[in-house]
Each structure stands twice: as C-alpha cells, then as structure tokens.
Design a binder for this molecule. Structure first.
Ligand code: PMP
Length: 404
C-alpha cells in the first residue's frame, strides 16, 4: 500500500511553513529529505555504538564494524552487485567519478586516447576528464542528442576507434529527465572491447537498478539523493577492473603493510577506501535503502511516473511554456521556461509562494549551450510529493506569468 499521507509523516520537514505558506519541496534532484528512521539510526549509533571501524579488538569497534559492513551488503543487494568486494564507499557520485577518472586514466590511458561522454552530463562527469586531459593529453568525445533530449545512438556507434578506452554516461539526465538506454550503450561499448561507467545519481532514487543486468563496468551514485545522509556514496566496479586500477588516495585502512621501502595494498574494496570511512553515514544509507525497499521501489517508480506525467500535462497547458526534455518515459525531473521570464525571477517568485524549485544551469552548462539557453527552472519529485503540490506549482507559475 502506498499511503502518501503516512509516508509524509516520516518526513517532518515537509510540514513546515516558509513565508507563512506550506512548504512545497520540489528540489529532490538536488537532494531529498530524510525520513525519521535514517536520523534515528544515525543518532542511535553515535549515542550507543560509536567507535572507529576495522581492526578494533573492543566491543564497540566490532559492533560499529558490523553495522558498516552490513551496510555494504545492503548496498550490494540494492544494486544486485555480485560481491561486496566490488562496493566501494565514497563521499558521493562526484568522488566516484573522480576516482575512476584518475585511476583509470593513470593505468589504462595514454596521450591521444579517448573517453566518450554525452552532451547531457553533469559537470562531475566532464570536469574530472578535463583534469586528466590537461595532465595526460587524453581527448573527450561527446555523444549528441536530438531536440527532445534523446541521445543519438547511431552517432555514438560511429565514435569508436582504436583510441577509445572508456565510455561514461549518465543513467538519467538531471535536467531533462531522459532515461538513457544504458544497457544498449554498455553493449555497444563492449562490442568494441571498451568498458563503460554509468552515473546513477538520478536513477537509484527512482527505479530498480541491476548492475549485472546493465553489465556496466562501473556504477556510481549518492546517498543524499535517495533519502540517505549527505557525504556518502557508492562506486560499484567489476572486480576485474578494480584489481587493475591503482589506489586513488593513500593512507590508513587501504594498506596491507607499509615500510619506507615498499608498501602493499589491502584487498578490495579497502584498497580504494583510505582513512576513516563515514561509518555512521553508511549505516544511515543502509537504513534509507531499507526504507525504500519497505515501500517498494516499483511502487515509488509508479507514483513518481504519475507525478511526472501529471506535471508535464499541467505545465504544457500554460501559455508560453517551453518544456526541456520531452522523451517518453522520462524520469522525475521537469525543466521549463515561460515566455521571456528569467529562470531566476520565476524561481524567486515561486519561492515566495513556498515552492522550492531549482534555477540555473544545474551543473550542466554544455547542455545549456546545446539548448541555446542560460538556464531553466527545474521541479523534481520524490516519493513523498503529491498531485496537489503540482497543482500549487502550476497555479504559482500562472500567477507569476500574470505578474509579468
Ligand atoms: N551526476 C548527476 C546526474 C547529478 O544529478 C549529480 C547531482 N546533481 C551528480 C552527478 C553529483 O552528485 P553529488 O553532488 O552528490 O556528488
């Protein structure tokens, strides 16, 4: 049963007022709110369990380690990875992408080699490659898209040559909501003998992800976009690749033995986890995953799909509306502009009505260039949003339009 009122009670922040108006929180692609169970789990750990993890002989350390390693198993199950040694905890999607960009480029790429990304990438899947390009002279190739926000797979297929070493694309665009055909993208890469990484920041909160089914070589996502705490994320990588890549950072936890002459590294996944991990956040993330699983990720998908379709319909009917990202089956993100009202003006005036939306380039400036705009207004949904909230948004937009 998907009881939306009961779900909303799990998120006390949703009943607060802003400017004497009920909050309508539609900025979930930036970060989601946290249910009480996640906050309770983290508070309980700090109150009663807290101790540094791994190698501690004492009771608390072992208990904290158990929670941390159980969280790894929960993540493994959530994305259906074959093994917990392939689950690396990071600070978030951005760190996962930087880790692979740095380690993969160092080991697997030389000057003139190429990585393929898409035109709709978040800056976090562009800039790490540019940093490597500056260091090592690798090149970045870009998959184009059509007017609706659909990637051009025919063009993509033509981009491979003997220099292509990796493909790295978003599962879901954080601006357009396009769900990219990642299984097909990975298959095409593999047909050319090239591994592929998927940025799952905007997919894991919304629908079932199975990394074995996608067959991707790397997959990254963030906890805070799926009801978990900030500062924790995951990199999944196939063991065959992670074994080949050098560590990203050095320090405690990631070594087997150290001398000034020679250091050997820990086995996976610890080789990529230097320093004290955020073991309270991993427990928080696991609690968020169990919260999602309890409600049912397929129920969440259905609800959010309904919201997205309803929102597109309501907004389409507004005079002067321009919607960006109109591919069928798009995910819980709606980007728009109305007439010549600046996105910042629209966002600011909606805010005064209690509606939290995001405005600007959404960390996807190359996509804005492709669309020929400076930015958009973006409404993005989570499991706790309602059709009534979308009515508030649509009515709010109409009010702003009348003011101009
Ligand atoms: N990729 C995509 C598609 C995103 O939407 C985001 C967050 N907006 C990121 C990467 C970066 O995620 P984080 O800031 O949590 O590292």
């Amino acid at each position: 049963m998907f009881d939306i009122q009961k779900i909303r009670e799990d998120f006390p922040i949703l009943s607060r007022m802003v400017y004497n108006k009920p909050l309508v929180y539609l900025d979930n692609a930036a970060t989601t709110q946290k249910p009480l169970c996640v906050l309770d789990a983290m508070r309980e750990e700090y109150l009663n369990v807290n101790a540094n993890v791994h190698r501690g002989v004492h009771y608390l350390s072992q208990q904290a380690t158990d929670l941390h390693e159980e969280a790894r198993e929960t993540v493994r199950r959530f994305i259906n990875a074959p093994s917990t040694s392939e689950i690396i905890f990071t600070r978030g999607t951005t760190e996962g992408l930087n880790l692979v960009a740095a380690s993969f480029t160092e080991e697997m790429m030389k000057e003139g080699d190429e990585v393929i990304v898409s035109v709709m990438e978040h800056h976090s899947n562009i800039v790490p490659w540019q940093l490597q390009a500056a260091k090592k002279g690798i090149a970045i190739r870009v998959i184009p898209m059509d007017e609706t926000g659909k990637l051009d797979i025919k063009e993509y297929e033509k981009m491979f040559n003997e220099h292509t070493k990796l493909v790295s694309v978003a599962h879901v665009s954080n601006v357009l909501g396009t769900v990219n055909p990642v299984k097909q993208i990975v298959k095409i890469a593999h047909d050319h003998g090239v591994p592929a990484m998927i940025d799952g920041a905007q997919s894991t909160p919304h629908f079932r992800v199975d990394v074995q089914d996608i067959d991707c070589d790397f997959f990254v996502f963030s906890g805070h976009k799926m009801y978990g705490p900030t500062g924790i994320g995951v990199l999944y990588g196939k063991e065959q690749w992670l074994d080949k890549l050098p560590p990203y950072q050095g320090g405690g936890e990631m070594i087997e033995s150290v001398s000034f002459e020679k250091t050997t590294f820990e086995r996976l996944p610890f080789k990529f986890e230097a320093g004290t991990p955020d073991y309270v956040a991993t427990h928080g993330l696991a609690t968020a995953i169990k919260y999602i699983e309890n409600i049912g990720i397929d129920n969440i998908s259905r609800h959010e799909q309904e919201l997205t379709e309803y929102c597109m319909k309501r907004l389409e009917a507004i005079d002067g509306m321009r919607l960006f990202g109109t591919v069928k089956g798009k995910d819980a993100v709606v980007s728009f502009l109305v007439g010549n009202i600046h996105h910042l003006d629209m966002g600011t005036l909606l805010d005064r009505l209690g509606i939290a939306v995001r405005t600007g380039h959404h960390c996807a400036q190359p996509l804005m260039d492709r669309l020929g705009i400076q930015g958009t207004v973006r409404a993005s949904f989570a499991l706790y949003n309602t059709k009534e909230e979308i009515d508030v948004l649509a009515n709010g937009i109409e009010r702003v339009v009348k003011m101009f």
